[in-house]
Design a protein around this ligand. Structure first.
Ligand code: BG6
Length: 484
């Protein structure tokens, strides 16, 4: 490791994602000594910037506490910046020469190319990376973020382009939900505990809800959002990744290929989502909102095209046609401009058979895994009210992380994912065929919404979304037990 140089190359270094997420992550990894000692951070973007300019862009997003200033300066010293465009051979060659020059002083040089770029430059940038920038003295890895196309066909086009340039082992497709601690814990929870396994099927599970709620609107990103909508922004990727980990069979091993094989297998047993089984919503401004974002309805955002029918909320039902899950509704629900920030999965179990308890009071057991905020796993269950005869109440077996792991700071998704890229482990990255399957499931619905201009149902900023969604849940055997 000491004799190697690791270059983390950020293409699109001056962009929003880079300054808000990527550089702060790199700083935190550097600060915590988690990176190989010989790591450099190479920014690449069109604007001519000095390192001092670049620093100004991302420093406000790096949490630098008192006493860390010198370390932050040392981090800055490891930074390099090269101005170049995404379609010029000579610019990429310049980048390559710079890396070559530095690598020539050590035994090996490894390169991570992180594409923090808008999708329309993906093709040319990746081509230039492969043709003009590929290191010859170690491994090369390419990291991509969504959007991976906007439907099955465009995603296939991108995939076949990438396939010509790189092997699948060289491609790291980020879904940052796979970097979240409690998403990763799904595998441990399911496969390291005996008790869940016999109950994890249609004999015992009544329904499952996977839910994402955000209390913010487009916040000026309306232009981007409108091209994608909530189904592409959240459901097709983040919620489907959670879905796969919860629904798939036990993989042969914890190898990335074995895990991803199982994800693909379960995806292949799902019929495309339909409009009949969906509720779509779009938010209105709330006159009593606390700020401009809350007061502004989606269609009032000046960056959103007039009369847009893009959903900002969707609830839909998927059915898995296999022996384990036949008949169990899996409800996926995501929305912006709602009443709270919360991402969770709720697995509802059927009532016990031959109930002998008095008063018809038995309620379903429910396993809840809250990915954020306030990470927790808890099982809602019936218990005898203390000191009563057979009085019953619902309570929780509660694993709230802030209590059980007091003082432990959970790593951020991007931190974990970066380290995995350096280690060359693809478990928490999306394979090409997973992507293909998730697009297959949602493309017909997305096309129908767009072709028929299906109007979403209005809901107010700060509400729980359209009431029709609650009806959809009730029709699909989901029983409300709490606040969601
Ligand atoms: C991103 C979406 O992928 O995820 C955003 O593009 C969304 O619209 C974000 O806000 C949510 O991520 P997190 O980690 O804050 O739940």
């Amino acid at each position: 490791e000491k004799d190697s140089l690791y270059s983390l190359i950020i293409l699109g270094a001056s962009g929003d994602l880079a300054k808000k997420k990527i550089y702060p992550t790199l700083w935190s990894l550097y600060r915590d000594n988690l990176l190989p000692s010989n790591t450099i951070f190479v920014g690449y973007a069109r604007s001519k910037l000095s390192i001092a300019d670049l620093r100004k862009l991302f420093e406000p997003n790096c949490k630098i506490i008192e006493g860390q200033e010198a370390q932050f300066d040392a981090f800055i010293k490891q930074n390099v910046y090269i101005a170049g465009s995404y379609d010029k051979e000579e610019d990429f060659k310049k980048l390559h020469d710079e890396l070559d020059e530095r690598e020539s002083k050590v035994k090996a040089g490894h390169r991570v190319f992180y594409l923090s770029l808008p999708p329309f430059v993906f093709d040319t940038a990746t081509q230039h990376i492969r043709e003009n920038c590929w290191g010859t003295r170690g491994w090369n890895r390419v990291v991509l973020e969504k959007p991976f196309g906007h439907d099955l066909e465009s995603s296939r086009k991108l995939s076949s382009h990438l396939k010509k340039l790189f092997s699948e082992e060289e491609i790291y497709r980020i879904d940052h939900y796979l970097g979240k601690e409690l998403v990763q814990n799904l595998l441990t929870l399911r496969f390291a505990n005996r008790i869940f396994s016999p109950a994890w099927n249609n004999h015992h599970v009544a329904s499952v809800l996977i839910s994402f709620k955000e209390p913010i609107g487009t916040q000026g990103r309306g232009g981007y959002f409108d091209e994608y909508g909530i189904i592409r922004d959240i459901i097709q990727n983040h919620l489907m990744q959670i879905f796969c980990l919860a629904a798939m069979e036990k993989p042969v091993s914890l190898d990335a290929e074995d895990i991803r094989d199982e994800k693909v297998r379960v995806l292949r047993r799902i019929a495309p989502a339909t409009i009949e089984n969906s509720v779509l919503g779009q938010y209105l401004g709330n006159p009593n909102g606390k700020n401009e974002d809350e007061k502004t309805g989606y269609l009032e955002d000046p960056t959103v095209p007039k009369g847009s029918v893009t959903p900002t909320f969707a609830a839909l039902v998927l059915k898995i046609d296999n022996e384990r899950w036949e008949g169990v509704p899996w409800i996926l629900r995501a929305g912006k401009a709602l009443n709270e920030r919360k991402a969770e999965i709720r697995v509802q179990f059927k009532n016990p058979d031959g109930d002998i308890m008095p008063g018809n009071a038995t309620k379903r057991d429910e396993l809840v895994i809250r990915f954020q905020p306030n990470e927790a796993i808890y099982l809602k269950m019936m218990t005898k009210t203390p000191n009563s005869h057979f009085g019953m109440e619902e309570t929780e077996l509660d694993l709230t992380y802030s209590k059980r792991y007091e003082g432990v700071v959970l790593a951020e998704a991007y931190q974990l994912l970066f380290l995995e890229i350096l280690r060359g482990r693809q478990i928490h990255f999306v394979r090409n065929d997973e992507l293909e399957q998730t697009w297959r499931i949602f493309t017909p619905l997305l096309h129908q919404i767009e072709n028929e201009k299906i109007k979403p149902i209005d809901y107010e900023f700060g509400s729980r979304g359209p009431r029709e969604a609650d009806k959809l849940l009730a029709e699909n055997n989901f029983v409300y037990t709490g606040t969601y």
